[in-house]
Design a protein around this ligand. Sequence first.
Ligand SMILES: C[S@@+](CC[C@H](N)C(=O)[O-])C[C@H]1O[C@@H](n2cnc3c(N)ncnc32)[C@H](O)[C@@H]1O
Length: 494
Amino acid sequence: MNENETGFASMESAMAHPPVSDAPEDEAQGGGMSTAARAVLMRSAAELEEALASKLRERATSTPEFWSFSGRSRREAGHGIFAYPAMMVPQLQGALLEDVQAVDPSVSSVMDPFMGSGTVMLESVSRGLSFLGTDINPLAVLLTTVKSQVHDSEQLGKARQRIALRVTEDTADQIEVQFHNRDKWFRRDVSRDLSKLRRAIAAERRKVVRQVFWVAMAETIRLVSNSRTSTVKLHSYSTDEIECRQIDTVETFLRISASQIEQLRDQAETLSRGLGKNPSLRILCAVGDARSTPTKKNRAYADILMTSPPYGDNVTTVTYGQHSYLPLQWIDTTDVPGMRQELLENTRSIDSISLGGKLKGALASAGELSDKSPAFAYCLDQLKMHPRNAQLRFVGFIRDLDESLDAITAHLRNDAWMFWTLGERKISGISVPTVSIVRDLLISRGSRHIETLERKIPGGAKRMAYRNASVETMNTESILVMRGPRHTAYGSCS
Ligand SMILES: C[S@@+](CC[C@H](N)C(=O)[O-])C[C@H]1O[C@@H](n2cnc3c(N)ncnc32)[C@H](O)[C@@H]1O
């Protein structure tokens, strides 16, 4: 993807408010500093880092399982409008933001280059912080866009009634979309109802309103298609099961949209609370590849990096693109920010441009990665006894992740705070030490390690593409807390 299509300056913005600061380098790094920022500078970097580490540890002193958030991870106030795979726990990220705000009151913006459903966006904005986020998957950007707007729930309720009425009055039998294997994934009665819904939503005048209902339709499609909901990979029910399934598509849509409107009412309060704390906060979310290096012109600086990259290549871990393939076929693409038709060419198109999606030439990077990360070198050594494909998958993913670190750190101010939520997996029975690898790769760029928190994932593990001996994921995840690096004019130094 070329930078003009995905870089920050040219991104199709889906903003509730103007974008986050794209202040020139000197300003972002010291000029025009607030009193809070000056007070922070009076304390040494080491003092601040120790202050954050002890705050994080304190949380777990009184409640040892604090960072697991079991029983405290409900997705509400807009966080539950779509079941996106591998979503973060909002409350956990919120607690981290509060701790860093307490230690460093000068922070004002957060970046998430793998934003998915926008968990970090909503948690940041509700705390008065600006947000800058990207994702390679346009459905993720649509979700975050809808979550970033202060909606009028009364108006949405009226729009829902209009849509219901249009569907009732629509007697056309025409199926609105054509794509390979459509009749494999949807029964004809379901396709006819989805077509009515599509026509009824498209008739709404305002794009922000249509976008809300496209999300309701996306969640409806997840439930009424012939693909099982127990896995994020497309996996069809048997012919018998498909025939026997009781499906009322319109009823499902109406139920989902009613509950979404309730959530969006709470979301409006949450966003307004954040805007009350900081009326000039800005939100920018757009389609982008985390590996795209920003140019000097389109660079924006964030004080905090809070993100969760994929666990491994999408094809064998979490198939975000495949999970979004069916909904994206039905939504009017002109309402989906950054949508391009080639992303829907086949069920793998989005996953194959995601991290670890292309493995060609990957092994050529192994030497350089081994120099940067002892953990990488150790794991590669273990994988040498296993099929070449296992090594390729490992190196290909880490090579892409490493490439993204250059682009990501270029968007951060000096000494930015970083929170990486990372899951580890196995390849051919070998545990991949992703947390240690990311830590090494960041240290090689001049960052400092502050703390690693561990979270048990309740009920086993997150929904994955497969569960088998060659590709497994684990039932814990870690939050790697780091700081830095410091930039020279165009790169970073230790
Ligand atoms: C673990 S999920 C993020 C989930 C998110 N934190 C949430 O709570 O919903 C990882 C995301 O990375 C995205 N992704 C994969 N490769 C990418 C790339 N090269 N650039 C940007 N996003 C990418 C996937 O589409 C997916 O949405």
